[in-house]
Design a protein around this ligand. Structure first.
Ligand SMILES: Cc1cc2nc3c(=O)[nH]c(=O)nc-3n(C[C@H](O)[C@H](O)[C@H](O)COP(=O)(O)OP(=O)(O)OC[C@H]3O[C@@H](n4cnc5c(N)ncnc54)[C@H](O)[C@@H]3O)c2cc1C
Length: 393
């Protein structure tokens, strides 16, 4: 929509082919219906939050920056607000306001919409004669084409990866798509009784088969169905490839090292007097986690705390600081917030978004091999690349 409106604004005759009845179905779902449209931070920080080559986006982000997007919306009657971590939302908390603003932009710039038109095939008419586009409603010819079909996460919204097939046929390399920002599936199921529990201030570390640390961050983690969910697990998913195994360590008390934690255990034991071990666990961890920890340590919960040996304290400390799991997969596309992979950036001119292989073909948004953390980086990338493609097509 950004690409089309911007091209229309330059006097181009533009047609949007959209397979759904309405435009922007995924956009409406973003930010849990509130649309976290960008992040209020500098361009370097946007680049640092986008993978695998955030640098590819410098031109796009400078051409249409987070500030430009915020001003663009505010000028069109959509005030915004900034929340925790620089996340920007419409002040109304309603993604419809962003979508409607884009629809008005299309109208303003006389962009023709053709809903319920699914593109089936795109043919490049040689040489430089434009493109022939086959849809379920007939054929169309166009001098230039912008592919903005998104990735293939949440396929029920319409983005099911169609664009990659055409891009491949036209000569582009597609980096194998993977679900991203998605819950992780673990082999061990012993956290199952704690499903739904949100752990705050824990550390998650992911190592590959060569014990190389691919991710380590502190934050919030949710015990999910089949494994782990919540912000930390979703972020970690961007560094995990399907079909490979990773070991995962949860540090439930990252603020203290092992020695300090042991001293805390000793203090608690003093205070607990004649109580049993279960009471000590209760002092340390959320109730739902105690069952799994009792099983992992193999220590009798009825054991009087005063009888706990130094070695047994060591076992407790080890499991609290190093709760190990194995990642054996990720949840599927229907739960993935974004797609990793897509059209290889090296084959797209970063200054125009035009294909380096097929003149007249442009790309915008998630169809490109670019993905970011949560926080508004993905939508900003879509808006900025859309603006650039629309400015150059
Ligand atoms: C639940 C959820 C929440 C999210 N929240 C956020 C957030 O808060 N902040 C953020 O930055 N990012 C968020 N994202 C990611 C963000 O929504 C995407 O990165 C963004 O929508 C990508 O925009 P796009 O225009 O490239 O693709 P899309 O929004 O996927 O749009 C592609 C369009 O192409 C159409 N299409 C596909 N194939 C065809 C075809 N063959 N013929 C015709 N039309 C076709 C589709 O119907 C669709 O309308 C979220 C994603 C999800 C799933």
């Amino acid at each position: 929509m950004m690409a089309a409106g911007t091209a229309g604004n330059r006097g181009r005759k533009v047609l949007i082919l959209e397979r759904n009845r309405v435009l922007g179905r995924k956009l409406l779902l973003t930010g849990k219906g509130r649309c976290n449209l960008t992040n209020y931070t500098d361009i370097d920080n946007h680049v640092a939050n986008l993978f695998p080559q955030g640098r590819f986006l410098y031109s796009a982000l400078f051409s249409f920056s987070p500030e430009d997007l915020i001003n663009w919306l505010e000028d069109r009657g959509v005030p915004t607000k900034i929340e925790r971590g620089g996340r920007v939302f419409p002040a109304s908390n309603d993604s419809h306001d962003v979508r409607n603003c884009l629809l008005n932009y299309l109208k303003e710039n006389r962009v023709e919409l053709r809903p319920l038109s699914r593109v089936l095939e795109i043919e490049n008419l040689e040489p430089t004669c434009g493109f022939q586009i086959k849809t379920n409603q007939g054929e169309i010819s166009a001098e230039r084409v912008i592919l903005a079909t998104g990735g293939c996460s949440y396929p029920q919204t319409g983005s099911s990866g169609d664009g990659w097939g055409w891009a491949r046929q036209l000569g582009h390399r597609i980096v194998e798509p993977e679900p991203g920002l998605v819950p992780l599936i673990t082999r061990e199921k012993d956290l199952e009784p704690a499903r739904g529990l949100l752990l705050k201030n824990v550390e998650l570390t992911v190592q590959d088969r060569n014990n190389r640390r691919v991710f380590s961050e502190q934050g919030e983690l949710e015990i999910g169905e089949d494994g782990l969910a919540g912000p930390l697990a979703l972020r970690a998913s961007l560094f995990i490839q399907r079909g490979r195994e990773y070991s995962l360590l949860i540090d439930l008390k990252p603020a203290v090292d092992r020695k300090k934690l042991d001293r805390r255990l000793q203090r608690e034991i003093e205070e607990l007097g004649h109580e049993n071990l279960i009471k000590l666990w209760e002092k340390l961890l959320p109730r739902m986690l105690i069952g799994p920890l009792v099983k992992r340590t193999g220590l009798d919960p009825e054991l009087p705390v005063q009888q706990l040996t130094r070695e047994q304290r060591g076992v407790m400390v080890k499991n609290i600081k190093n709760f190990g799991l194995t990642v054996i997969g990720k949840k599927d596309w229907s739960e993935a917030i974004i797609t990793m992979g897509g059209v290889d950036c090296r084959e797209i001119d970063p200054a125009t978004m035009e294909s380096k292989i097929v003149p007249g073909l442009f790309f915008a948004g998630e169809i490109i091999d670019l993905h970011g953390f949560t926080g508004g980086y993905n939508l900003q990338a879509a808006f900025s690349t859309g603006f650039l493609a629309g400015s150059n097509c």
